[in-house]
Design a protein around this ligand. Sequence first.
Ligand code: URP
Ligand code: ZN
Ligand code: ZN
Length: 461
Amino acid sequence: MAKVIRGGTIVTAADTYQADVRLEGEQIVAIGQGLDTSGAEVIDAAGCYVFPGAVDPHTHLEMPFGGTVTADDFATGTRAAAFGGTTTIIDFCLTKKGEPLRQAIAAWHEKAANKAAIDYGFHLMIAEANDQVLDELQEVVEEEGITSLKVFMAYKNVFQADDETLFKTLIRARELGALVQVHAENGDVIEYLTQRALASGNTDPIYHAYTRPPEAEGEATGRAAALAALANSQLYVVHVTCREAVEQIAQARERGWQVYGETCPQYLTLDISYLEKPDFEGAKYVWSPPLREASHQEVLWNALKSGILQTVGSDQCSFNFRGQKELGRGDFTKIPNGGPVIEDRVGLLYSEGVHAGRISLNQFVDLVSTKAAKLFGLFPRKGTIAVGSDADIVIFDPTARRTISAASHHMNVDYNPFEGMEVQGEVVSVLLRGEFVIRDKQFVGQPGAGRYLKRAKFHRP
Ligand code: URP
Ligand code: ZN
Ligand code: ZN
């Protein structure tokens, strides 16, 4: 049945205005004031914002990591994402050296197909760029619609690739029209600092941060940007945390290089002191790169505001405190890295960004939805409210207040890193391709209703 969302304030990356939205089938078919409601279900959005469904460009669901597997899979993770206003995710498909890429992609489809409640695409990890892999990439980009490739510059002896792999991937990506993403930290330096810390008996969670200094992130970011320029290619730096990395991206962009950057809510709102929480609770705050001194937060906000960074991803990678984070008691290197953020990404950015006066409403939509859709080949199908776009809509009450808590969140994990934080604004209802997924704060979606998205080739936004 057709639907008309009536009386809300539509917000896109470009505009804010009062209008109704008519949805038919899976698409938006009309936008205007006082739209005809005949034959349609009317959804009252008075007093609410009407945002495009948010696009989370950085998730890890059902991912094996650190000797365990993330607590959220595509069922629980996408359900939680929907509660938070996200209707599309792009998840990282891991690969192993020597394994055909097609096999790795098939395994990721298997994880997602009957579970995802929202739409999804995949980025593909490149572990080594041998001739077979470089050949296979044509099919990956053109048949699978996977148009972003990820290279890890850290996690030595696990995911880390060398500069040759990064450089060859950048060149191949330019030829095929793909965007190369990097986890930018100097893994060799980190490995040395880590072994030295352990040898000195420094095993607490805080040493995870001390052994991954901002300089190691800044150096890798600058190196990746230089290699991207040398390859005349395009680069996206995931989870930027610090001034050192922001400066490298700013400099690269000033030189006209195609370098883009993402940060995450945890780096905007939490700081290194959380790693010192007693009773091993600091392990809950172990991310790579780590949380930084609070002074870096203003640098990140300014970078978002001024366009040096373009997106905010969740880097959803959840592990329970009990039984998973606890694997690292007595040895911080065994703490699985990552945290549960998929549900609170949009709400935190609205509250700490728009409500706190740091970014505009339109910048907020751009950061959580539109720019990711553009960079990753989904726009204008996703990431905006326009006639012909998918009817992915969030109805958001800016007057509501709520407190983030593991007791009320929907992620499959026993803590929330933002526990007790009060946020302004609340997602009321969410539609995916014209159907409710969240209705009046209740989940009414279906595992398996999410659709795999083949994405277009990279175009400079
Ligand atoms: O600590 C993190 N960021 N965990 C997820 C994996 C990654 O590096 O993105
Ligand atoms: Zn990473
Ligand atoms: Zn990640």
